[in-house]
Design a protein around this ligand. Structure first.
Ligand code: FMN
Length: 203
């Protein structure tokens, strides 16, 4: 067997890249200002029903709001939202109105009673909390997706979602990156030349 040439670099949360998303929420009291926090510990955890997870520390203001209503919205981050996304990850809604500070617009989230989505986000995913698991530093909220809304420029004439055009941002080891070069698609390693030409322009 070949000898590997890797050395230990310490045990940490090194799985990369990960999504970085803006999670919006609100309280039950209509006077509570809707809030946004940045989350990198987010993931898809089930297909049917569609479910996602977000892991949130107990001391976040968003933790309180999401626990109160059982609702949150995952807003995808496009290039133009990258700076507001970072800002929402370093300031707390307990101290200020981050929607107002970032010049963002709260809109009632599709399929939810209390939570707000971010109008300027390309895609907003409305979620209802199904369970909360205390993991240690973070509590993992599992949410069932009850609605998804996307900007109209992201759908083609057949109503299909084209996320390629959303200029989405990923997070890699503490830094934000714009998604760039398309290398392939699901199953491209076994696709016919005709399909490759259609999907990849012959690359
Ligand atoms: C890139 C980035 C990723 C973050 N990911 C998480 C996360 O996954 N979970 C978490 O609890 N906090 C995370 N944070 C920190 C919170 O977003 C931050 O504490 C924020 O101020 C909480 O806002 P809130 O108090 O208004 O809820 C992240 C911050 C940044 C900048």
């Amino acid at each position: 067997m070949a000898k590997h040439d890797k050395s230990p670099v310490g045990i940490s949360t090194i799985l990369n890249p990960v999504p970085v998303v803006m999670v919006s929420s609100a309280g039950k009291d209509p006077d509570t200002k809707p809030n946004i926090m940045t989350v990198a510990w987010a993931g898809t955890v089930n297909s049917e029903p569609p479910m996602v997870s977000v892991s949130i520390r107990k001391n976040r203001y968003s933790h309180k709001l999401i626990s109160e209503t059982g609702e949150f919205v995952i807003n995808l981050v496009s290039k133009s939202l990258c700076k507001p996304c970072d800002y929402c990850g370093v300031r707390s809604g307990a101290d200020e109105d981050k929607f107002a500070k970032c010049g963002l617009t709260p809109v009632k989230a599709e399929g939810l009673e209390y939570a707000y989505a971010i109008k300027e986000a390309p895609v907003s995913i409305s979620c209802k909390v199904k369970s909360v698991t205390e993991l240690g530093s973070h509590d993992m909220f599992i949410g069932e997706i009850v609605a998804v809304t996307a900007d109209s420029y992201l759908t083609d004439d057949k109503g299909r979602l084209c996320l390629d055009n959303a200029k989405l941002v990923a997070y890699n080891h503490g830094e934000y990156f714009l998604l760039g070069e398309k290398l392939g698609f699901f199953g491209y390693s076994v696709a016919s030349p005709e399909v490759m030409k259609k999907r990849m322009g012959g690359k």
